[in-house]
Design a protein around this ligand. Structure first.
Ligand SMILES: [Zn+2]
Length: 425
């Protein structure tokens, strides 16, 4: 369809010296003119109670010969053919007018329908069809248009620009819209509805920005009780907005002692994953699979530390939660810390007792591999594994030839504050 240049300002608030664009009365209730030029449209609207169905009168120069109950899609299939002439077009427009808004919208949203309309109809007719499809209830100015008026000039300009781009993306229409033109009304209404959603979003962002500033001020003031109370009283979406903002989280960290920061992070809804959740986490699965390969499960057991590159041996490491980003991080234990246990053959057990500290993170689990052969060794965590994990205060994950086992008596690291490695240390 033909592209038209669109004005960037608010049609509804056109200055009074240009009364053409702003009817004196409530322009949004002026819907009668939409139908006034088509009495058949009024008749057909009586049948809207049929839901997605409607009664279509096949009009021509003669009296209607028959009636049919068709969906909007059917009408398009029947009538949207080349060389159908203005008679076909008016039938089509009537059909669109009586179809429910939801049906029009879903039809319009199907790009293949729009392409067909463009292919088959001359530009002006296509515009009329698009306009009819986009026709929706009057736009009633409300709180959000008030809010829009109270924005400063540059904010308005930003909103206008975004709304222009969105309308163009949704409708292919560019160029000024004119309230006095029937064909422009659907697009102007849509533009105003788009503007409302953008204003709403901007206000939410402003509220959140003010909240963030206030929280950082509280953190800097040292009034921990008020800070904790404030964070706790936010609703979940606000807490999510705060903890998802890395810059905010870094500022919060920089204004608090580590343990106070960790407590605030927990109040904001960030928590350690449970052992069972970690077991199913794709990054954990990948980490365990790599450790499994590194442990050389297909090789005969290593018999000394010198032998660990050629024989099977335990591998393992630690799983951390980064409190600033909320992401998991991993650290492998050094193979040189493997403990050689006596027996036949000797066992190369990984030592997980001395985890390192990672920036901004706390340990939430450890993991290790038993590269044992089925039938030769018992499946599952060893007695030692059970005994040590409970002294750490986190869950353990262990992978052997059978599966990944989650073990230990705590399901997850309960407090993010406390020792940044094992909480029981
Ligand atoms: Zn073990």
């Amino acid at each position: 369809m033909a592209k038209r240049r669109r004005r960037t300002h608010d049609y509804a608030e056109e200055p009074l010296e240009k009364p053409t664009f702003k009817p004196k009365d409530d322009y949004e209730t002026d819907t009668q003119s939409d139908r006034a030029n088509n009495s058949a449209g009024n008749i057909l609207q009586l049948h809207q109670s049929h839901g997605n169905q409607y009664v279509m009168r096949v009009l021509g120069g003669k009296q209607p010969a028959d009636t049919a109950t068709l969906t909007l899609k059917d009408v398009f299939a029947i009538h949207l053919v080349p060389a159908i002439g203005s008679h076909g077009l008016s039938t089509l427009l009537r059909a669109i007018r009586v179809a429910p808004i939801s049906e029009r919208e879903s039809f319009y949203n199907d790009a293949s329908n729009r392409a067909k309309i463009r292919d088959v109809l001359p530009a002006d007719d296509a515009k009329a069809v698009f306009g009819a499809l986009l026709k929706d209830p009057p736009y009633i100015p409300g709180d959000l248009s008030e809010q829009y008026r109270s924005l400063d000039k540059s904010e308005k300009a930003t909103i206008d620009d975004k709304a222009n781009k969105q309308l163009e993306a949704e409708t292919d229409v560019t160029g000024p819209l004119d309230w006095s033109k029937l064909e422009d009304k659907p697009f102007a209404r849509r533009w105003l509805r788009i503007r409302d959603t953008l204003v709403e979003k901007l206000i939410a962002e402003k509220v959140t920005a003010a909240l963030k500033e206030w929280v950082i001020e509280l953190a800097a003031s040292g009034d921990k009780a008020t800070l904790a109370f404030t964070l706790d009283s936010l609703d979940k979406s606000e807490q999510l907005a705060l903890r998802s903002d890395k810059t905010f989280m870094e500022k919060l960290r920089d204004n608090l002692a580590w343990n106070d920061f960790a407590d605030c992070v927990q109040i904001l809804g960030r928590r350690a994953l449970t052992g069972e959740e970690l077991k199913d986490h794709p990054n954990v699965i990948q980490q365990l699979n790599e450790a499994w390969d590194d442990s050389l499960p297909m090789m005969p057991p290593a018999t000394s530390k010198d032998d660990i590159e050629s024989g099977n041996h335990e591998e393992g490491g630690w799983i951390y939660l980064n409190l600033v980003t909320g992401k998991l991080e991993f650290k492998k234990a050094d193979k040189l810390r493997i403990i050689v246990r006596g027996g036949t053959p000797p066992e190369m057990a990984i030592d997980l007792s001395l985890p390192p500290t990672l920036d901004d993170a706390v340990i939430i689990a450890n993991y290790h591999i038993h590269p044992n052969e089925p039938g030769v060794y018992a499946e599952g965590p060893s007695g030692d594994d059970f005994a040590t994990i409970d002294s750490y205060g986190i869950p353990g994950l262990m992978k052997d030839w059978k599966k990944v086992w989650v073990y230990g008596s705590v399901p997850m690291r309960l407090k993010l504050s406390g020792n940044r490695t094992y909480p029981m240390f």
